[in-house]
Design a protein around this ligand. Sequence first.
Ligand code: BG6
Length: 496
Amino acid sequence: MSSSIDSCTFVIFGSTGNLSRIKLMPALYQLDAAGQLPDNCRILATGRRPWDRERWLSEVREMLQEGVKSGVDTEVLKRFESRLDYFLGEIGDADMYVRLADFLARQPDVSSNIAFYLSIRPAEFGVVTESLSRAGLLKEDNGWRRVVIEKPFGYDLESAQALQIRLARFLDEHQIYRIDHYLGKETVRNVLVFRFANVMLEPLWNRNYIDHVQITHSEHFGVGSRAPYYDGAGALRDMIQSHLLQLLTLVAMEPPVSMEAEALRDEKVKVLKSVRPIPANAVHSHAFRAQYGAGRVGGKTVKGYLEEDGVPHDSVTETYAALKVYVDNWRWRGVPFYLRTGKRMAEGVSSIMIRFRQPPTQFFRDTQIQQMERNWVVLGIQPCECLRIQLTAKVPGLEMQTREVSLDAGFRDQSDVYADAYEGLLLDIMEGDRSLFLRYDEVEYAWRIVDPILRVWSTERDFITSYPAGSWGPEESRRLFDRDIDYWRHSLKIAT
Ligand code: BG6
């Protein structure tokens, strides 16, 4: 089996790191298994460890054992290994890029379409790009050159702007692939199809019918071995600025003129631009932060954040963040969007929950029906990939009583192929499809939304609310809701 995609070469920086181990190498292997890698696709790992090709291959075998859930096939592995090579060099050493250019030019079967994948510390994005450029590796004279940049793109608005200025000196925007793996998730891609391939919901998809929207990403995991990065970032940067605001754009955007990258991204940016700025004196009514303490998760006792390895004992970094924003445009004015994320929560779930308004008249007031639940549209992103529409129906019998029923659609049949988010995105990089990658203005406007909150939080360093690991976060975060009757909806299922 071979792919119809142009030949290409991947050059991976940070190939021995966590991301490469857990996601990239398994995803590239899976693409090979699915016949999606072009015949002469080569994958060159750069690294500073004094390894040779054989040693790299044994490392990759280990990565695949862990990362390929369906098991590694001997034939595919043989083919995949024939694509791999290891190139020794230090990221900060200018000479290594000259050697790299020379190496690539001398390989007869290496394609000159090259994707440089920067799976490295954000502080190194600039220097690697500059060095690639100085070595002539970003010139598109006889093939495309693309640079894939992992998040975070900047640490705040100012640093994102500075990084962009630096990159723009060496790269054209069409060469930059700012990756947000969240956008590669099956249900996230499905939000667009759900909204724009079905007419049924479109007339209801606005402020006249929708009461509010909740977007949640909760995790069982704690900070693990990532404290050095995480303690400097916190949940607002790590999940909300980078991923959840992107989900918000997909829920709120206007239909684009086409599904072509620029048309799609134009509409997403318009949403971000329409978000009402949060002034410093409104930060507390729009944002909430907290940190996990010790607790029990999955039946096991776990440490609190401050006891995790590498976390300073007086850290006030948030592991839980909740945010309320308003999209001030014709469609959404007055509808709150609530975004929340947390580590060490009761469940690991990602979902978009859309709550509809109450019917205008309470027809059933004089019956046994006291309080009618409102309708919800629930989109499960993970672990359950599903769509549920929750409606009210009469309970059979002589009395007028109601109960909630749900129209359920799983997005995945047993026979459907499971593809990790990275697989689809790597394919998009090879095909030159940037629709699910972030354009710079998207990143910038997302920073503009969270920057005022980060600034206020950075001055409040004496105290942070705590929640027990294994819980749904602090009750106090309910203060973000506009009305007392509103609540965080945790479960995709109907409450009975
Ligand atoms: C990453 C964050 O971008 O996304 C992590 O840095 C988070 O902190 C992860 O755990 C969540 O994504 P997923 O695909 O693992 O649910």
